[in-house]
Design a protein around this ligand. Structure first.
Ligand code: NAP
Length: 320
């Protein structure tokens, strides 16, 4: 991997980072995409799409496309125009002085691994999960973290949503367009969701609540057949016969690396200037789910990756 000072380094390789890679490569900026670490679930190359199966709402694929295939296509498209890839995890950044420094491996090393004039941060976010052993095998096979992405697959079925916040209620309401019945499983006896969302859920005849229950296990080997739930008050265990379970207990942006360096919301999402991908540090741009807690779609991430590439290109031009 050449060690010269680069025009641009892209940290993260979901749809945002790879789209930024395509655009900056086509602009002859010779981007290096540090794509994440294979053994990691939070920083894995390709991001959350690697954990999904069929993607049916990404424009341009009328028959749908598998999440990992979509990522592989974007990656080879960026490589075709000269983007370089490094399969590793960024362990430290220094955006104090130009050119900016990026470390992979030992963060204590006095010498950075790479330096670049501009940085595009596209480290994504991760859905909080329940922490059950069975989750990994069933994700994309009945277990989902995205109703917009997967709701369509559950037409006329009985499904459940875990969580009691706005996300859980919003997902449940959305899922009633497809499912016959949606049970919201919540660990307490009152929702955290806003009053208006509660009212909507209460008024929807397809939504039922299972109060004071937690999910203890997921049933099924290759696809979800049911959910083992436990009443937290009396310990009674029962099975919820559902073919789908949507986990909506919150998201966490992957921004630990940038604490104290880039401005972020209390929730950890990076702040960008409205209508732009510019962060508080000149030449550092953020795109995709790491700065978006509203839309969180592959297509919106890709769109903001394109914006970050153009913002970066213009910023580099303005300095030359
Ligand atoms: P949230 O408000 O943090 O709610 C998370 C929910 O999951 C809570 O009800 C929590 O239970 C439950 N939970 C957390 N960990 C759990 C676990 N291990 N097992 C079972 N349940 C667990 O997260 P969110 O719903 O994603 O919302 C995040 C922010 O985005 C909020 O500010 C929300 O208002 C906003 N948002 C707004 C909209 C909208 O306005 N349309 C839509 C989505 C999100 P407890 O209640 O017991 O803590």
């Amino acid at each position: 991997m050449p060690s010269q000072i680069r025009n641009v380094i892209i940290i993260g390789s979901g749809p945002a980072g790879l789209t930024a890679g395509i655009y900056t490569a086509r602009a002859n900026l010779g981007p290096l995409v540090i794509e994440g670490e294979l053994s990691s679930t939070s920083d894995q190359p390709g991001g959350q799409l690697m954990l999904t199966t069929e993607v049916e709402n990404y424009p341009g694929f009328p028959e749908g496309i598998l999440g990992p295939d979509l990522i592989a296509n974007c990656r080879s498209q960026a490589a075709r125009f000269g983007a370089e890839f490094l399969t590793d995890k960024v362990t430290k950044v220094d955006f104090e002085t130009q050119p900016y420094s990026v470390w992979v491996g030992d963060p204590g090393s006095p010498k950075p691994s790479f330096r670049a004039h501009s940085i595009i941060v596209s480290t994504g976010a991760q859905s909080l999960m329940l922490g059950l052993d069975s989750e990994a095998a069933l994700l994309g096979h009945g277990l989902s973290t995205c109703a917009t992405c997967d709701g369509f697959f559950f037409r006329s079925q009985e499904i459940a949503v875990v969580g009691g916040g706005d996300s859980a209620v919003e997902e449940a309401l959305f899922l009633t367009k497809f499912a016959d019945k949606v049970t919201i499983v919540h660990r307490r006896d009152e929702l955290r969701a806003s009053k208006i969302m509660q009212d909507r859920a209460n008024a929807n005849p397809k939504i039922e609540f299972l109060w004071n229950h937690v999910v203890d296990d997921l049933l099924g080997d290759t696809k979800l057949d049911g959910v083992k739930v436990r009443n937290v008050r009396d310990g009674a265990v029962s099975t919820l016969p559902v073919s789908g379970l949507f986990v909506a207990i919150g998201h966490r942006p992957n921004t630990d690396l940038f604490k104290g360096i880039l401005d972020m919301e209390d929730s950890g999402y990076l702040k960008t200037r409205p209508g732009s991908t510019q962060t508080n540090v000149a030449g550092v741009f953020a795109c995709g789910d790491v700065q978006d807690h509203t839309y969180r779609q592959a297509i919106t991430a890709a769109g903001s990756g394109c914006m970050a590439a153009i913002d970066s290109e213009r910023w580099l031009e303005s300095r030359s």
